[in-house]
Design a protein around this ligand. Structure first.
Ligand code: SF4
Ligand code: SF4
Length: 431
């Protein structure tokens, strides 16, 4: 797609009044304190790029890729500019003229084919003892993970041997009377890195009258591709997913991954597919997409029976940017946690500031990512919580690294895991 015709590039660049509001809320600028790392600076770079005043060079790509895509600038911009979209569109335009073999292998060949992606994580599982650096070198991935590899190696969780997709049947019948047919969008992170989250999601939904279908042929939501300059690949993935999910008669399409629900939202589809033939089918699809916590609160109005003699655990919550900023969903996960008997919920300061994980960012920009993570951990630890909850597998991975790095005796969980655990202790619901 022509760079100039991408909606934010076409319609928004002239709206920037250089007020600097975006700079004051940018977690990267807070650490780096350099205008070239600020959202306002990025808007200016994109404008220069559009006007042909700078070349689409690798150096410009590097400057833009310091952004986490957390969307804090976007939600705070008084002119309503989708700053992160401008950045993503520019990265894609630049990348198309400076492609790299490593990215083609990772984001186009492997990540678009579930079998290959699963095979590569299996390889990772099998060679964890060899070290990521050695593995990545052998796969030719060092060009996208430069320099920081030995450090980044520590961030990757132990990769589970069996993915969620291997453990879940395609059709999971509702227990009791069926209320809804749900298409479960099982994201790559949940599937391959946090399969217990997927099992908990299906458990809670089926207990509450939902038949849960996990379409075999669904693929990545495309967000990693957008963040890595591969918008065309993201478009192809999206078109595929829309076709698959629209071929069922789902009441809702639910996902437990903040990044997936934001990628599948109407807002992102307008950015990615705006003006293309597929637009109408895309919006029909997006109408049904819903974050899991939103679904549990607003559609099911989940209520849990009280159990006697349960211990109280203190839980805090980190807002994934793709839920809080991209979808304005902040209250629902908290409400869900508060509804679980035995949970004492405590909010942390700056709960909706990025954790510095942002997909592959902590691997490619380790030092900045750690500064942002350390700030997050200070706020989380100050709550004295036993559990640190969040609703995104990428944040879970980063926060897990954070608690290890800070030697904090807490555990990182997805709220749905706490719900599922609670249900397993309620005898009447198990019958
Ligand atoms: S907040 Fe919006 S208008 Fe202000 S400098 Fe940033 S991008 Fe421009
Ligand atoms: S998306 Fe986040 S990291 Fe990127 S420029 Fe905006 S506020 Fe900064």
């Amino acid at each position: 797609m022509d760079f100039q015709k991408i909606p934010p590039v076409r319609d928004q660049l002239m709206k920037c009044v250089r007020c600097g509001k975006c700079r004051s809320v940018c977690p990267v600028f807070t650490e780096v304190k350099n205008e070239t790392a600020a959202p306002r600076g990025h808007v200016f770079m994109v404008q220069m790029l559009r006007d042909g005043k700078v070349q689409p060079s690798e150096e410009l790509y590097e400057r833009l890729s310091i952004c986490l895509m957390c969307e804090n600038c976007t939600v705070n911009c008084p002119s309503g500019i989708d700053v992160h979209e401008l950045n993503a569109a520019a990265r894609s335009y630049i990348y198309d003229q400076n492609p790299t073999l490593g990215k083609e292998v990772v984001f186009d060949t492997m990540w678009t084919r579930p079998g290959l992606l699963k095979g590569s994580t299996r390889l990772l599982w099998g060679t964890q003892r060899l070290g990521l650096q050695k593995l990545a070198r052998s796969l030719g991935l060092t060009r996208i993970l430069p320099g920081d590899l030995p450090k980044a190696e520590k961030i990757l969780n132990k990769v589970p041997f069996r993915s969620a997709r291997q453990r879940l049947p395609e059709v999971n019948p509702a227990r009791g009377q069926k209320k809804y047919t749900i298409g479960y969008f099982l994201g790559c992170g949940t599937d391959l890195l946090q399969p217990s989250v997927a099992l908990a999601t299906v458990d809670v939904l089926t207990r509450n009258g939902c038949e849960v279908i996990v379409p075999k042929d669904s693929r990545c939501c495309g967000l990693p591709q957008i963040a890595n300059g591969k918008m065309d690949t993201a478009r192809r993935l999206m078109a595929h997913n829309i076709k698959i999910y629209n071929s069922y008669d789902f009441d809702y399409i639910v996902t437990d991954c903040a990044s997936c629900s934001s990628a599948l939202s109407r807002k992102n589809l307008e950015f990615l597919l705006g003006g293309l033939k597929i637009e109408d089918q895309a919006f029909e699809f997006a109408e049904k997409v819903m974050d899991l916590s939103y679904f549990l609160i607003h559609v099911l109005d989940l209520q849990l029976p009280e159990l006697k003699d349960i211990e109280t655990v203190r839980v805090t919550y980190h807002d994934p940017c793709h839920l809080a900023n991209a979808q304005d969903i902040k209250e629902e996960p908290r409400e869900l946690l508060r509804r679980i008997p035995g949970i004492s919920f405590v909010d942390m300061e700056e709960a909706n500031t990025c954790c510095g994980g942002s997909g592959t960012y902590s691997l490619t920009h380790y030092d900045i990512s750690m500064k942002i993570l350390d700030r997050k951990m200070d706020h989380a630890m100050a709550t004295g919580a036993d559990l640190l909850a969040t609703s995104c597998p990428s944040c879970m991975m980063q926060l897990n690294y954070g608690i290890n790095r800070h030697h904090w005796q807490a555990k990182v969980v997805h709220p749905i895991q706490l719900l599922s655990e609670y249900y397993q202790r309620v005898p009447v619901i198990n019958q």
